[in-house]
Design a protein around this ligand. Structure first.
Ligand SMILES: CC(=O)SCCNC(=O)CCNC(=O)[C@H](O)C(C)(C)COP(=O)(O)OP(=O)(O)OC[C@H]1O[C@@H](n2cnc3c(N)ncnc32)[C@H](O)[C@@H]1OP(=O)(O)O
Ligand SMILES: CC(=O)C(=O)O
Length: 538
């Protein structure tokens, strides 16, 4: 049964946006709020209305444009200024007028911060808290109070820190959140402190953990173990400095490890989609190694793991990836064994018919190729071509006789070192396509572009679907960097046909050679994907 009394509170749009490098537009914030609502969080902290025009506009637009199924919007702001009535403080008025049904107030709870940062008295700080909470409650808003620097404050002057909690709860705050603002706590500190504060005050407590010791998720779980019933987190752990407790890791742990029903039915499996979509909106590459949601979170590389997974995936997985909307993947590399190959073939839709000798041959070839610089982990299309070759079904739509590339560079203005120049590359390919010898030449802005164009022009009369294939990514990695320009080069090329992408890998001492190897595979794989019958006799 769902635990309605437990709060999953998301602060991606407020604390997450405090991460260096994140800069959200109002439309980004609205889109992220909709995603967090899909994930089923109970509260979405939208920002600080009154602090900047963007956050004020967010709350105005949210009330018209968002129709939240699960979450309530929360406005963040500080307690009133010292020496001013809450009713007369324009920043408190902005919270009151935000339209948000819930306000989270940040309050000082460390006596040193009160005296040195706020530059007021300990009593006045308590009055600021009581006055602001009561004022917003009188205006019909639910209030949560974030006790900033609570854990440091509690160590320094526990009695004052407890007075802050009692004052907030006494004035009508529904939840008092203990914040590890500097992120310096460890789980045992948090468990002990939350237990003591709960026993001393009887207040409903929440936890807000920064990740400066890498313990934000563990600290959040420790607080829950000690009786906290409200957790503040951010999507993918984005936040000030090194970040906050990761929403997905915390929810994954509470639901799948603690058996707590903290999300509405059906929302848990939205986790991976929401994590990746938020990353796209904030313009950060999704972290492939993020717990639960990373593309590598259930990717298996070691041969021993694969052989056990073949029997039962649970043997090497802490949970079923489908529960969080993720999928298991097999990685094939020089750490693979026969079982890795069999599982990977299944994933690619190929039937090895339990042929151990065949999978053994593939293992040997993969290991030999990886020794010479190949890496199949990110190049499933290359692996599939290799598997098909070993299965006796080689994918060959053309045969290469030779290719040649010439690049001409003409400096302008007398050739200064960083000056402008004109550069043009010309590639010629000689191939056999369906038994016919073809020679094609094309120009491009570099060798790979020119070869790509020459390959297309040599075959597009025969394979018309080539027009819909596009090279979308090209990566070069220098292996054995100590050899300088003599080094081995590995290239990865990624193509798209609109419906999907595929990546191939090439290796060689010459970067253009390595690129050709990857291109040749990419074209063959692309033609296979378009459904052309394989040419066995070219
Ligand atoms: C731990 C956290 O992450 S809390 C979230 C922090 N987030 C942000 O700061 C982002 C948004 N902040 C802002 O846009 C600006 O800082 C504003 C608009 C809030 C305030 O701007 P300014 O009025 O120029 O003040 P400034 O930023 O220089 O200093 C903050 C003021 O708030 C006061 N203050 C800090 N905490 C509190 C509090 N809990 N209650 C009341 N006042 C507080 C400080 O004493 C300081 O007062 P002063 O102006 O009299 O010196
Ligand atoms: C409130 C908050 O963000 C903090 O104390 O870290």
């Amino acid at each position: 049964m769902r635990n309605d009394g437990f709060h999953v509170f998301d602060t991606t749009l407020r604390d997450g946006a405090q991460r260096e490098g994140i800069n959200l537009r109002v439309s980004d914030k609205l889109a992220i709020a909709a995603l967090l609502d899909d994930f089923g969080v109970g509260f979405i902290e939208g920002g600080w209305p009154g602090a900047n025009p963007k956050d004020t506009e967010f709350f105005q637009r949210a009330s018209q444009e968002l129709s939240l199924k699960h979450a309530q919007l929360t406005a963040f702001g500080a307690t009133r200024r010292a020496g001013v009535r809450a009713a007369d403080d324009p920043m408190v008025a902005a919270l009151r007028d935000s339209g948000a049904p819930v306000v989270t107030l940040v309050a000082k709870s460390d006596d040193r911060h009160v005296e040195r940062a706020l530059r007021t008295t300990l009593d006045e700080n308590l009055a600021m808290i009581a006055d602001t909470v009561s004022y917003l409650r009188e205006h019909g808003q639910r209030v949560f109070v974030d006790c900033e620097h609570f854990f440091d404050g509690y160590r320094h002057d526990p009695s004052y820190a407890l007075d802050v909690v009692r004052t907030a709860a006494g004035a009508g705050a529904d939840v008092v959140i203990l914040c590890d603002t500097n992120g310096g706590m460890l789980p045992d500190d948090v468990f002990r402190t939350v237990t003591e504060v709960r026993e001393a005050t009887g207040a409903r407590l929440g936890m807000h953990a920064q990740d400066d010791t890498g313990c934000a998720v563990a600290n959040t779980l420790a607080a829950v173990d000690a009786g906290a019933t409200h957790v503040q987190c951010t999507a993918n752990g984005y936040g000030e400095r090194v970040g906050n407790a990761d929403l997905f890791a915390v929810v994954g742990a509470l639901t799948l490890k603690r058996g707590m029903d903290v999300l509405p039915q059906g929302c848990l499996e939205e986790m991976t989609r929401v994590s990746h979509a938020v990353a796209e909106i904030v313009n950060l590459a999704p972290d492939t190694h993020r717990p639960y949601v990373g593309v590598s979170a259930f990717a298996h590389k070691a041969g021993l793991h694969a052989s056990a997974i073949k029997v039962d995936p649970d043997l090497y997985q802490h949970t079923d990836p489908a529960l969080v909307g993720n999928t298991m993947r097999m990685l094939v590399s020089d750490m693979a064994g026969r079982a890795s190959i069999e599982l990977k073939a299944q994933e690619l839709g190929l039937d090895l018919a339990g042929d151990r000798a065949l999978s053994g041959r593939v293992v040997e070839r993969v290991k030999g190729l990886e020794l010479s610089g190949y890496s199949f982990e990110a190049a499933d299309a290359s692996l599939e071509l290799l598997l098909r070759e070993e299965m006796g079904e080689p994918v060959r739509y053309f045969e290469t006789e030779s290719w040649r590339v010439i690049t001409e560079r003409r400096p302008r203005d007398g050739a200064p070192l960083f000056g402008a120049y004109e550069s043009l590359t010309e590639a010629t390919v000689k191939l056999t396509v369906k038994g016919e010898r073809v020679i094609a030449t094309a120009e491009g802005n570099g060798p790979v572009n020119a070869l790509d164009r020459a390959l297309r022009s040599s075959m597009e009369g025969v394979y018309t679907a080539l027009a819909g294939l596009e090279l979308v990514d090209y990566k070069v990695r220098i292996l054995e960097g100590s050899s300088g320009t003599n080094a081995i080069t590995r290239t990865l090329v990624t193509f798209s046909d609109g419906a999907g992408e595929w990546t191939t890998v090439g290796v060689g001492p010459n970067v253009v050679d390595a690129s050709w190897v990857a291109l040749e595979q990419a074209f063959n794989y692309g033609l296979l994907r378009q459904g052309y019958p394989r040419e066995r006799d070219v």
